[in-house]
Design a protein around this ligand. Sequence first.
Ligand SMILES: Cc1ncc(COP(=O)(O)O)c(C=O)c1O
Length: 378
Amino acid sequence: MAEPPAGRPLRDATRAVHAGLPAAADGRPFLPGPTFAAPFHLSGDPANSDYVYGRYGNPTWTAYEQAIGALEGGEAVVFASGQAAVAAVMMPLLRPGDVLVVPSDGYFTVRKLANEHLGERGVEVREVPTPGPGWREAIEGATLVWLETPSNPGLDVCDVAGLCQAVHAAGGLVAVDNTLATPLGQLPLTLGADYSMAADTKAMSGHSDLLMGHVAVRDPARAEALRSFRTLTGALAGPFEAWLAHRSLATLAVRLERQCETAGALARALAERPDVEAVRYPGLPSDPAHALASRQMSRFGPVLTFTLAGRERAERFLAACELIAEATSFGGVHSTAERRARWGSDAVPEGLIRLSVGCEDADDLLTDVARALDEAVG
Ligand SMILES: Cc1ncc(COP(=O)(O)O)c(C=O)c1O
C-alpha cells in the first residue's frame, strides 16, 4: 500500500480502495481471485502450513479480513452472515446466570436469538431502548452489553464511549452492531467497544448480492475465540462471496458519500411536507439523535425513516415509486424501501417507511419520491 503524503493519515476513499491488497508484484493482479479449496495440499506437520482445510481458513478470507481490520482498527473475523457474526460473539461468551443487555429497538433477530437461544438456557436477557437513560440501570451486573447505534429501524443513537466506560467499570464487555454506520461512519473499537460487528450484507458490500458478516476486536485472544467458534460451528463465508465483498469494499467511501448526501437532501425534503410525519435521519439537524450522532459519527449512513398516515397510504406510496424497489435490507447501490410494520416484529407505526438511499442521481430520487407521495394521497 502507498505511503501517506507526509504528515497526515490517508483519507477514507484511499484506505477503502487499497485495503487488504497485496504488495504490488509484476504479473500479479491487484486483488487475487478467490481460492476455492476444501483441503489444501498438506504434508507432514499441519502447524507448518497457513492453510490446511477450508473450514479453518482460506486466503480469500484472510485478504478480506485484513481489509476490514485496516478500516476498523482491529483484527477482523469474517462470517457467513451478519447473524452468524452476532451468534459468534454471544454464544461462546454467555453462560447460565450471565446477563445480556440488548436494545429493544434494534434489529429484531438479534433480540430473537438472545431470547430464544440464550434466554431459554438461563441467560438473563434485559431489553433497553437505545435512546435515554435505561442503560445505566440495566448494565449493572451485565456480562455483555450489545449496542446497535444507529438502531434499525428506530435510527436512535446511544453514547458508545460513555457506555463503554460505565460497562467496563462494572466488569462487563461491550459489543456494537455497526451495520448502519460501517467503519467509515463510526469506529466502535476507537470509542472503547470490545467488539465491533457488522452485517457486511448491507453497505459494506453494498450491491445486494451476498450475505456476509464480520466481527473486529483488538484483543488477539478474542479474535482466536471467534475463529474457533467459526471453525467448530462451520458458519463460513464462501470464498467467492468473500472475494466479491472485498472487491465491493473498494467503493465503500464513494458509495457512502453519495448515499449520505442524498439521504440528507431527501430527509430535508420529506420534513417540509405536510403529508409526512416523523422523519428520522441522524444527519437531520432537527433529529433528536443529531447532536450525539454528530459527535460520534463521521457519516450518518444511507437509511432514513418517515411515517405516512396509515398502512394503505404507505402501501400506495411504495407501489407508486418507480426508482425505489420494495425490498427489505439496506445499504445497497439500488434504493429500496419497505413498510416496516409488515414484519410484525418492531414497535413502529403502521405507516412507517424505512428507506435506504442508493447511488442513483439525487434529483431523480427526490422527484420520484415527491411524485409517489402525491399519488399516495389517493
Ligand atoms: C443491524 C443489523 N444487524 C444484523 C443483521 C443481520 O445480518 P444478516 O442478514 O446478514 O444475517 C441485520 C440484517 O438486516 C441488521 O440490520
